[in-house]
Design a protein around this ligand. Sequence first.
Ligand code: AMP
Length: 112
Amino acid sequence: MSTLFEKIIARDIPAEILYEDEVCIAIKDIEPQAPVHFLVIPKKVIARLGEAEKSDQSSLGHLLITVAQVARELGLEEGYRTVINHGVHGGETVPHLHVHVLGGRQMMWPPG
Ligand code: AMP
């Protein structure tokens, strides 16, 4: 059973793709919570951060480098927020690791 994001990577479900390489894909979030809201997703299915293994170390670094690259390309010079939701209390809804990137407005702290 494929995850939602695997289906997007396979082009079985449409999405607005911002960037893609052999390790990850960046797509616009379908329900944006800020003027700019995109997700950076590893192609290898890691259900959530707590299930990442030592061997995923370079892929996880790659995700963050990609976050910064896509944010730069989208003109988020004023800043942005990155979020990884883990498990029930974290508010995770899709069990395929992804980094949220939110920008284009002032973020608040503490987050909800
Ligand atoms: P999370 O709640 O952290 O697991 O985040 C899942 C995110 O995936 C949510 O922000 C959803 O809006 C987003 N999402 C769900 N379905 C799609 C889709 N088909 N295309 C793009 N983003 C989606």
